[in-house]
Design a protein around this ligand. Structure first.
Ligand code: GDP
Length: 298
């Protein structure tokens, strides 16, 4: 059982195909396909997706001689094809303010992502207001204020333990009064008490809809790519808690090359709006399927 790290470090295919690039050809047989499946599964791609990708590659090629470069290109093509369907920037709307609700478990990177997004919107000439909706975590509020300062964006806060929905309502009023283009609302990520969190999120949505029936215009689920298959559970859970419209995948700068993204794309088809590639303010990028596929296959 190869550790996943070894796969990530070596690049997905080097173990299977070894050296030889375009020169050495091997017969594409069941044994090779099985190894390929194992590698894909070890990359977090998920069993179903790995089997389907492998089957697509095998089609019409079983028993033929292929080089490792050919296999790589086929594999990268399959991955890129799946990922192209979900690579989409966050849609922008004309409403003022358009509301972006940010959900996700604690530690996924919500605060950081809000800071990075705020900075990008500012750079694009948009005015932004942030509401620190995780009112039960003082540290989260402070962190968000730091990010707000970095991005040059006001952060609205409420006393510790106060109702996030009332903060969201006030934030809507302020953003309206200021003529802000965007209001980003942070939310709590404590999954320990799902019922509470569900009611809290539902109430936030209810009060902001009093001001704008179309809000929130985007509900972004922030996921930590290094949590592997656990991300699947998080999507399932948050889809029950909120009307998730898109994903931001964080921590793709680490050893995890993000096979989990393929699994998510295949299973849920939710758009991936952006990826986090570091802890700094500029470390948020659009999701590029081809680049991703090339990095994953290695
Ligand atoms: P929150 O609890 O969901 O608000 O998560 P935070 O935004 O506080 O992030 C948790 C930790 O992950 C912090 O140490 C961040 O610096 C780090 N982090 C967030 N996004 C990224 C990323 O894209 N890459 C890396 N390397 N670290 C990240």
């Amino acid at each position: 059982d190869e550790p996943q790290d070894a796969v990530a470090k070596a690049g997905l295919l080097s173990r299977l195909t070894g050296q030889g690039g375009a020169v050495v050809k091997r017969e594409l047989d069941d044994d090779m396909l099985e190894q390929l499946e194992e590698l894909l599964i070890a990359s977090d791609m998920g069993v179903d997706t790995a089997l389907r990708v492998t089957a697509n590659i095998a089609e019409g090629r079983l028993g033929k001689r292929v080089s490792s470069d050919e296999i790589k290109a086929l594999l990268a093509g399959e991955v890129a094809r799946i990922m192209e369907t979900v690579a989409r920037p966050m849609p922008l709307y004309a409403s003022k303010p358009q509301v972006v609700l940010i959900v996700g478990v604690n530690g996924a990177g919500k605060t950081t992502t809000i800071g990075k997004l705020a900075s990008q919107f500012r750079a694009a000439g948009k005015s932004v207001v942030i509401a620190a909706g995780d009112t039960f975590r003082a540290a989260a509020v402070e962190q968000l204020q730091v990010w707000g300062e970095r991005a040059g964006v006001p952060v609205l806060t409420a006393p510790e333990g106060s109702d996030p929905a009332s903060l969201a309502f006030d934030a809507m009023s302020k953003a309206e009064a200021d003529g802000a283009d965007l209001l980003m609302i942070d939310t709590a990520g404590r999954l320990q008490n799902r019922q509470d969190l569900m009611e809290e999120l539902a109430k936030i949505v209810r009060v902001i809809r009093k001001k704008d029936p179309d809000a929130p215009h985007n509900t972004l689920l922030v996921l930590d790519a290094t949590t592997g298959q656990n991300a699947i559970n998080q999507v399932e859970t948050f889809q029950k808690l909120a009307d998730v419209s898109g994903l931001v995948m964080t921590k793709l700068d680490g050893t995890a090359k993000g096979g989990i993204l393929v699994s998510l794309a295949d299973k849920f088809g939710l758009p991936i709006h952006a990826i986090g590639v570091g802890e700094q303010i500029d470390d948020l990028q659009p999701f590029d399927p081809e680049e991703f596929a090339a990095a994953l296959i290695g």
